[in-house]
Design a protein around this ligand. Structure first.
Ligand code: GRG
Length: 311
C-alpha cells in the first residue's frame, strides 16, 4: 500500500461529502412556509442517523448514472439525498429490537441505543417522509412530470413490493411468525427476497439518473440491468462480510446471519460459490453498460467496488 487513494474512491468520497453537506443544509434550514417548528429531539435523532457516516454508495449511483446524460449535479444530488434518507430510515428501523436488534451501526451506537426506541421509530418515519419532500422540490427537477416519476418510483422501490416487502419476507423466513423455526428458502426464494429488500433501492438509484436525464427506453433498460446486477452483488458481498468481515471495519456486528437462520446466497452456494457468483455479476454489470462506452467507466468501477468491498 502506498497510502494513495484511487481516483474511484476520491470520486465516491466527493459525492459522500456533497451529500453530507446537502443533507446538513436541508435539515437545518428553517421550516418551509406552512410547516411548524421541527422538534429539536427529532431533528437531533435524524441528524445522528443520517449525517457523518455511510459510504453514500446509492447517491453515488444516482449522480454517476445522471452524469451519463449531463444532468446538472445539484439535481442529481437532490435525488441522491432523498434516496439516502430512505436508506438511513431503513437502517434505523432494521436495528430496532423488534427487527434485527443491533447495538452498533456505522461504528456508533444505533439510534434507539443513543436516544430511545420511540425517538428512533419517529426519526425513521421522519427520514422516510422527508425523502419525498426533497423529491417534490423544483431544485430536484424543473419538470413536475419528472418529479412525479421519481416520487412514484422511489415509493415503489421502498414500499410493499420493494424494500418493506422484502424485509417482511426476510422476517418470515427467519420463522418469526410461524413458531416453527426458520424456513429453508431455495435459490429463487432468496434471490426474490434480496431483490426486494436490498436490490430495489439500488436499482432505483440507477434508474433515477435515466429519469432525470430523459433517457431513451433502451438506455433505461441498460441502467435497470446494471442496477439489478449491482443490487445482487451488493447483497452477496454483504452476506460474505457477515461471514468473513471484521466488525471494526464493517461498523456493525458480524456473524449474525447463521444464528438468526437467515437465508443468504452464501448459505446456498457456499463462500467459494458466492465469490464466483460475484464475479459473474460484475461481468453482467459491465455488459449492461457496454452501449454507453467509456462514459460508463466509473459505474463499472462501482460494480467492482461493490464486489471487493471490505466495509
Ligand atoms: C426496516 C423497512 C425496513 C427495511 C430494512 C435494507 C434493510 C431493510 C435492512 C438493512 C439490513 C441490511 C444489513 C441489509 C443488507 C444490505 C445493506 C442495506 C447494507 C447496508 O448498506 P451500506 O453498506 O451501508 O450501503 P452504509 O452504512 O454505507 O450506508
Amino acid at each position: 500500500m502506498n497510502g494513495k487513494i484511487s481516483p474511484f474512491l476520491t470520486r465516491l468520497e466527493t459525492t459522500a461529502k456533497d451529500i453530507d453537506d446537502l443533507l446538513d443544509r436541508l435539515l437545518t434550514t428553517t421550516p418551509v412556509p406552512g410547516e411548524q417548528a421541527r422538534p429539536a429531539r427529532l431533528i437531533d435523532a435524524i441528524r445522528y442517523s443520517s449525517l457523518g457516516g455511510g459510504k453514500r454508495f446509492r447517491p453515488f449511483l444516482v449522480v454517476e448514472s445522471a452524469g451519463l446524460f449531463e444532468v446538472p449535479r445539484p439535481q442529481a444530488l437532490m435525488a441522491g439525498a432523498a434516496l439516502e434518507c430512505v436508506h438511513c430510515y431503513s437502517l434505523v428501523h432494521d436495528d430496532l429490537p423488534a427487527m434485527d436488534n443491533d447495538d452498533l451501526r456505522r461504528g456508533q451506537p444505533t439510534a434507539h441505543k443513543k436516544f430511545d426506541e420511540a425517538t428512533a421509530i419517529l426519526a425513521g418515519d421522519g427520514l422516510l417522509t422527508f425523502a419525498f419532500d426533497i423529491l417534490s422540490r423544483t431544485q430536484t427537477h424543473p419538470d413536475p412530470a419528472v418529479r412525479v416519476e421519481l416520487v412514484a418510483a422511489l415509493a415503489r422501490a421502498s414500499g410493499l413490493g420493494g424494500m418493506v416487502g422484502g424485509q417482511m419476507l426476510d422476517l418470515a423466513a427467519e420463522g418469526r411468525f410461524s413458531g416453527s423455526g426458520p424456513q429453508r428458502l431455495g435459490e429463487e426464494g432468496v434471490l426474490t427476497l434480496q431483490a426486494m429488500k436490498t436490490g430495489a433501492l439500488l436499482r432505483f438509484a440507477c434508474q433515477a439518473g435515466g429519469m432525470l436525464g430523459s433517457a431513451t427506453p433502451q438506455q433505461r433498460k441498460a441502467l435497470e440491468r446494471y442496477g439489478a446486477a449491482v443490487g445482487q452483488a451488493f447483497q452477496i458481498a454483504d452476506d460474505l462480510l457477515d461471514v468473513e468481515g471484521d466488525t471494526a471495519l464493517v461498523g456493525k456486528q458480524t456473524g449474525k446471519d447463521a444464528g438468526a437462520g437467515k437465508a443468504t446466497m452464501v448459505d446456498i452456494l457456499g463462500t467459494d460459490g458466492a465469490k464466483a457468483r460475484l464475479r459473474e455479476l460484475v461481468a453482467e454489470a459491465e455488459q449492461a453498460l457496454a452501449p454507453f462506452g467509456n462514459s460508463a467507466a466509473i459505474l463499472i468501477e462501482g460494480a467492482h467496488f461493490v464486489a471487493d468491498r471490505r466495509m
